[in-house]
Design a binder for this molecule. Structure first.
Ligand code: ZN
Length: 508
């Protein structure tokens, strides 16, 4: 993670003054990133208007809990931190997002076609969607009534959808996309447009509703097709593999397929005056294509650390098992003081490119492709399964490149700093500060404590088994603990109780 500067400063202060400059953890990396003055512009009023009642009212029938999870209702999936995120009653299989964006006018026109299956009989169902004017809405090609309140778009199909039936919702919309406030962060998430006209999406955890109607909770992973049309010669990139490029007069449409399940919070498009830069040597080392999406000024003067990504893929594969997707790379964008592990295309603020810690942030976001993207937390309260694992990957890379003494130093030093800080334990993240330093560093140390407890063989077998078992799907903390106990052949819940939920950080 590379949070925004104020969070960074808070984290750095909380973790105690005098952080080692050799500490590659993301919180310190943040301090070297883009300055605070470069945050994205506030939401324009058109898209910020959260409540727009467009048509008639909907049924208020009470329905049983979602079969997707056994919890939740139409307006939320019962997440322990954010109960209203996502929607129960159905399971999305595939989103097709046809998007036309013109940076000259800032207007995004979209057609979202959502293939889903009802898990209960649906008189109505909800999607998460903020802003935009809805031009047309159908369910199975029949016009459907809808209403809007906050982030909830409530749709009433002309006929109830029986439990177990597949259905297709099609929503056509237009407006000026803009970032939206997050429940988890003190800065806005979703679609951002920088002052130079570059647009990009950074949604974790709750920003997907700023650009398409979504079941915006990681429990409902789905495959995606993106068809993005922008004026020529601008570039548009999205998650997944480029399968088609269609040129028309003045405009180019590119089609990207993400055919492995992806949570909505990792969906992205990046649009701008950017170059796709292939990395043949890195691709050979990685065994999958590596391409980066870079501003020309970066493309013509490639930062050396970027050339290490292929070796990083090979190293992490040796630890976790095969890289989970068909390609990888980063996009470098302006005015984002953070980095985010969007599937197959991590996004980095341009401040990282010249940072001495760039290498470690590259490893961090790459490791998220396994932990976060391939295995996705089933509940935001389990965020340490993302951030603790990605932070530990930085330390594994340090051990790999500089030897075991460097690992001992970073883990002992980090523990010492955390012992002086007033942070919550990583298993109990505050809902309004989800990406606090504890889920990263204390979470990373939790894995190190497990390794010291069960030994290297059992520890690395646990990681590989967990990836093999839960890859492509979602997991909870107890799922990981169960794998560790199975591999260790004995209970290890004491380790996790102390490290994830204890008020003070244990000794290593
Ligand atoms: Zn992270």
């Amino acid at each position: 993670m590379r949070p925004r500067p104020f969070v960074v400063l808070l984290a750095a202060a909380a973790v105690a003054a005098g952080c080692s400059s050799a500490d590659p953890s993301p919180e310190t990396a943040d301090t070297t990133a883009a300055p605070m003055t470069t945050t994205a512009p506030a939401a324009p009023t058109t898209a910020a208007a959260a409540t727009t009642t467009t048509t008639t009212t909907t049924s208020t029938t009470t329905v049983p809990p979602s079969a997707l999870t056994g919890i939740g209702d139409q307006a939320g999936l019962g997440d322990s931190l954010y109960p209203d995120l996502g929607n129960g009653g159905y399971d999305v299989a595939h989103y097709t997002l046809e998007l036309t964006f013109d940076p000259a006018t800032d207007v995004l026109t979209g057609i979202a076609t959502i293939d889903a299956a009802a898990t209960i009989e649906l008189d109505v169902f909800n999607l998460d969607f903020i802003g935009f004017e809805i031009l047309d809405l159908t369910v199975d090609e029949q016009p459907a009534d809808f209403s809007r309140a906050g982030r909830e778009l409530t749709i009433e199909p002309s006929m109830p959808i029986p439990a177990g039936e597949a259905f297709t919702a099609r929503i056509e919309y237009t407006g000026t996309p803009a970032p939206i406030p997050s429940r988890a962060l003190s800065f806005q998430v979703g679609w951002r447009t920088a002052t130079d006209g570059t647009s990009y999406v950074v949604s974790e955890p709750d920003g997907a509703a700023s650009w398409f109607p979504a079941n915006d909770h990681p429990l409902d992973k789905a495959t995606f097709t993106f068809r993005v049309t922008v004026p020529t010669p601008l570039l548009a990139v999205a998650n997944g593999v480029l399968t088609d490029t269609i040129t028309d007069i003045g405009a180019t449409t590119r089609v990207y397929e993400m055919d492995q399940p992806m949570p909505t919070y990792l969906t992205t498009v990046v649009i701008g005056d950017l170059d796709v830069v292939d990395d043949p040597a890195g691709s050979a080392a990685a065994g999958v294509p590596i391409r980066n999406v870079l501003p020309p000024v970066v493309a013509t003067d490639l930062p050396p650390a970027l050339g290490e990504q292929g070796d990083m893929v090979a190293f992490l594969e040796s630890v976790y098992g095969p890289y989970p997707f068909d390609l990888y790379g980063i996009a470098v964008v302006p005015e984002f003081p953070a980095a985010l592990e969007n599937s197959t295309l991590s996004i980095f603020g341009d401040g990282f490119v010249s940072s001495p810690l760039f290498e470690f942030v590259l490893v961090h976001e790459l490791a998220h492709q396994w932990f976060g993207d391939h295995i996705t937390p089933a509940d935001w309260g389990d965020i340490w399964l993302n951030e603790g694992f990605a932070t530990y990957a930085e330390w594994l890379w340090l051990e790999h490149t500089e030897g075991p003494a460097a690992l001992d130093q970073i883990t002992a030093g980090t523990r010492e700093q955390l012992a002086l800080a007033a942070l919550p334990p990583p298993g109990i993240p505050p809902p309004d500060d989800l990406f606090n330093a504890s889920v990263y560093r204390w979470g990373g140390l939790t894995l190190h404590a497990l390794r010291l407890e069960i030994g290297d063989d059992a520890f690395f077998t646990t990681l590989r088994t967990y990836v093999a078992r839960y890859g492509g799907s979602t997991a909870r903390t107890e799922d990981f603990i169960a794998v560790a106990e199975e591999i260790a052949g004995r209970p290890v819940d004491d380790v996790f109780d102390a490290w994830l939920y204890g008020e003070t950080i244990p000794e290593l």
